[in-house]
Design a protein around this ligand. Sequence first.
Ligand SMILES: Nc1ncnc2c1ncn2[C@@H]1O[C@H](COP(=O)(O)OP(=O)(O)OP(=O)(O)O)[C@@H](O)[C@H]1O
Ligand SMILES: [Mg+2]
Length: 223
Amino acid sequence: MSKNIVIRDLMKIYTKGDNEIHALDHVSLEVEAGEFVALMGPSGSGKTTLLNIIAGVDAPTSGQVFVDEQEITGMSETQKTKWRTRHIGYIFQFYNLLPVLTAYENVELPLLLLPMSKKDRHDHVVAALEAVSILERAKHFPRELSGGQEQRVAIARAIVTDAHLLVADEPTGNLDAESEQEIMTLLKSLNKELNKTILMVTHDDAAAEFADRKVKLAKGKLL
Ligand SMILES: Nc1ncnc2c1ncn2[C@@H]1O[C@H](COP(=O)(O)OP(=O)(O)OP(=O)(O)O)[C@@H](O)[C@H]1O
Ligand SMILES: [Mg+2]
């Protein structure tokens, strides 16, 4: 099996005055293509920091990250922005949908960064909304949707560019038990049927049960 993510000796140190915070402390991790990994650990242990570095949103103090054998940590900001659109889908706890755009328009947004015909774009958006079973709400604004439905739209936005890797930061952290179950079932089916690699931060044991493997961070160290 090929490696989707390879992380080598990652360090992230924040300096505040004399105080050094080791947000990530010699973290090494490999994730296979098609694997579903739950990333757990207490608040402040470095989970979001790790996701942000993998997604190229944040840069480490030292160490390397490879996604599909491409080194993210060596890219310029412009390269990272371009790369991210095609290779990473990011799913957030609070969905991060734009309130002034409809579900359809929110999902279409990442495609506007790519060279793609209008027809192609439309087909991609419809396929993504269909994959998360929310096509009938395409014209609704986020405020007209339930939390679970908003997260479906956000997941459609994450898969619309055909990225292989999904990173999710507490995707069910804001949902009730029933919606959590629905969203986790959806993520699992994207993993199994579309072969998406998923790295998901969660505090929730029930959500983590959907993953193939659990890894734990504590004070920036991978246990
Ligand atoms: N921009 C920053 N400047 C200084 N310290 C930061 C910054 N971002 C994060 N940190 C610190 O780095 C550590 C790891 O933070 P991170 O957000 O990755 O934790 P987390 O595991 O995601 O926590 P939570 O479960 O609460 O979301 C924390 O001690 C945090 O205070
Ligand atoms: Mg966090």
